[in-house]
Design a protein around this ligand. Structure first.
Ligand SMILES: [Zn+2]
Length: 268
């Protein structure tokens, strides 16, 4: 089985022993990981991590909950980093009214910048959405009017109506451990309907551990299989089929090389 974790924060201090984390991921069948940044410093770190491990790739950008602190030179650095061959995406970006309503204007400004840069560079954009479905729909609709969109609605938690709009705009939909939580039957119903060729899986590690690990430990890429199993059950396919399909989708969206071990320990 070959899984791709399309969203993990491997630069989090909880993953200080990264070689061990990646070894466990490899043992669990997670062969490629997109390591997603949250600000300028984190963007530099994820590129470094991706340079050190052949199965890890970087997404660089500024998260909506911290973009009000960003300086112009931070954005310039993000643009420079996109020239690294290890950078496969922009983000994470998006909007978040849960943490801070007051910064929504500057969030939208940065979200648009990421979308424009995505359209210029062809790099897909990683989109975060929390308590702001209407704003997301409006901004994406405006961007889609200026050119094709390429990217992923990460850790999707919206309804099917918005998911359908995002699919029409060409975006992929990614599900995290949230889809495994008992009360989220409605989200499993959304996940059931996403077309095969637009579905992705992710951990969002160290956040959102899937059932049955929820509340017990930090999340990590090795736990992705629980979310894959849940999605396979919901969509009435085998885990192997689900893994194959979503890995193919991830490789296509992020233009990842065909096969490459996530941990470089085997090559040493
Ligand atoms: Zn994230």
């Amino acid at each position: 089985m070959f899984l791709v974790d399309t969203h993990a924060h491997l630069d989090d201090p909880q993953f200080a022993d990264l070689a061990a984390v990646l070894e466990r991921a490899h043992d669990a069948g997670v062969m490629q990981i997109v390591c997603v940044a949250t600000d300028r410093a984190s963007s530099c770190r994820v590129v470094q991590i991706a340079e050190g491990f052949p199965g890890v790739f970087a997404a660089v950008g500024i998260h909506p909950t911290v973009c009000h602190q960003a300086q112009e030179k931070d954005w310039e650095r993000i643009q420079e980093l996109t020239r690294s061959p290890r950078v496969v995406a922009l983000g994470e970006t998006g909007l978040d009214r849960y943490w801070d309503e007051g910064t929504i204007g500057v969030q939208e400004f940065f979200f648009q910048r990421h979308l424009e840069l995505s359209q210029q560079t062809g790099l897909p954009v990683v989109i975060h959405m929390r308590d702001c479905a209407a704003d997301i729909e409006r901004v994406l609709g405006q961007a889609a009017a200026t050119g094709p969109l390429r990217g992923v609605m990460h850790s999707y938690s919206g309804d099917w109506r918005l998911a359908k709009r995002c699919l029409e705009w060409g975006l992929h939909i990614s599900f995290s451990g949230m889809v495994t939580y008992k009360k989220n039957e409605w989200l499993r119903e959304v996940a059931r309907q996403v077309p095969d060729d637009r579905l992705l899986v992710e951990t969002d590690a160290p956040y959102l551990p899937p059932e049955p690990q929820r509340g017990r430990r930090p999340n990590e890429p090795a736990l992705l299989v629980h979310t894959a199993e849940c999605l396979a059950r919901v969509r009435n396919v085998s885990v192997a089929e689900l893994a194959d399909q979503t890995a193919r989708n991830a490789r296509q969206l992020f233009r990842l090389p065909d096969i490459c071990p996530v941990s470089n320990s085997s090559s040493q």
